[in-house]
Ligand binder design. Structure first.
Ligand code: MG
Length: 159
């Protein structure tokens, strides 16, 4: 019997000069990148949390501790693959993912198509099952310009 399950994920990272910015598995040229123990890809981290949420399997920090030296600098898409291959999850099919990224600069519109393609590849679903919205930190203090965040709502059918 299949079951419809919803999952939610959120993540935020500080932006710092001299490191790369990855969003949804895509390198986004930027003067500041996302700081983290891994590559700091908050969109993939939120996606992992959303998937774990659909199956009541905790969160990314339980599966991939941020003090594990083996994970230092790892691409978050690798973490995603490891989660999918871990045997922890029941097989599932993505119905749709609705995603919001919060970032002042660079503008998301130039990278939207590439990120959508990457996400539909990770989720193994058609591109019209993934929606990507971009927000800025409008009206927030200037220090918010040094933040990137992502929020994911995911609906899946679990076998
Ligand atoms: Mg994170």
């Amino acid at each position: 019997m299949t079951r419809m399950r919803v999952g939610q994920g959120y993540d935020s990272h500080a932006l710092k000069p001299g490191i790369p910015l990855y969003l949804g598995g895509v390198f986004v040229p930027s003067t500041k990148g996302s700081a983290g123990h891994s590559d700091g890809d908050c969109l993939v981290h939120a996606l992992i949390d959303a998937i774990l949420g659909t199956q009541a399997k905790g969160d990314i920090g339980l599966m991939f501790p941020d003090n594990d030296p083996e994970l230092k600098g790892i691409r978050s898409t690798k973490l995603f693959e490891r989660m999918m291959q871990s045997g922890t999850l029941k097989p599932f099919t993505v119905i749709n993912a609705d995603i919001t990224v919060f970032l002042n600069r660079p503008k998301m519109r130039d990278h939207r198509d590439e990120i959508l393609k990457s996400l539909s590849g990770l989720l193994n679903c058609p591109s019209d099952c993934v929606n990507l919205k971009a927000k800025t930190w409008e009206g927030m203090p200037e220090s918010a310009a040094d933040l990137v965040a992502a929020s994911v709502t995911l609906l899946v059918e679990v076998e």
